[in-house]
Design a protein around this ligand. Structure first.
Ligand code: ZN
Length: 431
């Protein structure tokens, strides 16, 4: 047992930590409250500015031999449970006028310091997600700077106290977005993306930079934490503009969709799974959006489904669409209906004169894919390959050929043709 060092009255470390935290957070959209419990007494602060810290410290120091618990609760200053539904992103409302939105909001954090005889016994910080955090190793940026500053030394034992407190953003306003087209009442499609990077920082950095050219409504971090960056009522720039995107008879997908980015590096040749937490968060977010906007259940697609430029690989080969299909979300094959294809007819070339190809073109159109009137052979191949990037990804991914080989080329094999028919069977009655 190590003898505790007697504490100088001037060195009251938990209080210093709390003061430092307060100073760092002053001026941010953060409301800070202390609760200090000494035996049966509880002292609560108001918002900063209305509170005399010294007075409270005096009370603590006068009662050195008693047990003291200090709680610091950080809440976004504009937090309004009646509008925001508290800490649950799935219940975030659209009711807040944009001019009332802060630029950033952070998840509430509670810091608890336990004192005995004026010595810190323990300190821990928590939020509902265990301080899921931005990776401090990646490039600090203008949003992140204050977050890094809020990482403070604190207490693990009385003599060498350290705890890292990083604030978890829940809302960071993206640089680029626009109004939805006047004819769009509310979103009718969800588009899934992957960020192409390992850490959420680079995506946030990208979307908040002065020169940003794109944005998304949501980003889902590796641990399932959801950050919102564009209001649902606005048009985020995620899927390509008028000439760059198409789904279900309409171009300019941004105008009628919600874009969700999932933090994930490419890894088209390696096995780089999305995390369980990401699938869980994505599914609950999509369910919530569907309920809120009555988005039909099959209207959840990938960026590669809607992008006009060929060879688009997003959310890529590792994203397992079956995880959504199992929840009744998105496109899925219905293999119960009759599919009258003969395996001996395959593989076939993407040739517009082939009657089987003509049939598949109609099926793809009915599902929602882009195909111009009288498509050329290469336009047909592009549409088929968009379909492959969705339905050969994840657990359906062929193991014997590279992803590029599996999803490029101008052939259709029996397996893919059958899948096109089965997905069309699923979608047709829902339209
Ligand atoms: Zn994308």
């Amino acid at each position: 047992m190590v003898q505790q060092q007697p504490h100088d009255a001037g060195v009251f470390q938990p209080a210093q930590i709390l003061v430092a935290l307060r100073n760092k957070l002053t001026g941010r959209n953060v409301k800070v409250e202390f609760t200090i419990s000494i035996e049966d007494s509880i002292y609560k602060t108001n918002r900063f500015g209305n509170w005399n810290l010294n007075q409270h410290l005096q009370k603590i120091q006068n009662r050195q031999n008693e047990s003291v618990e200090i709680q610091l609760h950080l809440t976004p200053a504009d937090w309004d449970d009646t509008i925001w539904g508290g800490d649950d992103p799935s219940s975030w409302g659209e009711e807040i006028p944009e001019n009332r939105m802060p630029k950033e909001m952070y998840r509430p954090v509670t810091v608890t310091v336990e004192m005995q005889n004026n010595n810190p016994q323990s300190i821990y910080a928590s939020n509902s997600r265990n301080l899921a955090i931005l990776n401090p190793e990646s490039k600090p940026d203008q949003i992140g700077e204050d977050v890094w500053n809020a990482a403070l030394n604190s207490i693990s034992d009385a003599r060498n106290p350290r705890i890292l407190i990083l604030l978890q953003p829940i809302w960071i306003k993206a640089q680029r977005f626009s109004s939805r087209s006047g004819t769009v009442q509310s979103p009718t499609l969800v588009v899934v993306h992957h960020t192409g990077g390992q850490h959420i920082n680079s995506a946030i950095y990208h979307f908040t930079g002065e020169n940003a050219r794109s944005s998304a409504h949501y980003i889902i971090d590796r641990d399932g934490q959801i950050i919102k960056m564009v209001m649902n009522s606005k048009c985020a720039w995620h899927a390509g503009g008028r000439r760059g995107s198409y789904w279900g008879g309409k171009d300019h997908v941004n105008h009628f969709s919600i874009g969700i980015e999932i933090v994930h590096a490419d890894g088209s040749d390696g096995n780089n799974p999305f995390t369980e937490e990401q699938y869980g968060a994505l599914i609950s977010l999509i369910r919530n959006l569907q309920r809120r906007y009555s988005i039909p259940r099959h209207r959840v697609v990938g960026h590669s489904d809607v992008a006009i430029p060929p060879s688009h690989n997003c959310p890529g080969p590792n994203f397992d669409w079956r995880r959504l299909e199992d929840e009744g979300l998105g496109l899925r094959p219905d293999l119960n209906l009759m599919i009258s294809l003969n395996p001996d007819d395959f593989p076939i070339k993407c040739n517009s004169n082939n009657p089987l190809i003509k049939e598949l073109i109609n099926d793809l159109k009915e599902i929602g894919y882009h195909l111009p009137e009288n498509p050329s052979d290469s336009e047909i191949a592009t549409a088929i390959n968009r379909f492959k990037r969705h339905f050969l990804a994840g657990s359906r991914r062929p193991r014997d050929v590279s992803w590029n080989r599996a999803t490029n080329g101008d052939n259709v094999d029996f397996n893919v043709a059958q899948m096109i028919k089965a997905v069309r069977n699923y979608v047709a009655p829902l339209k």
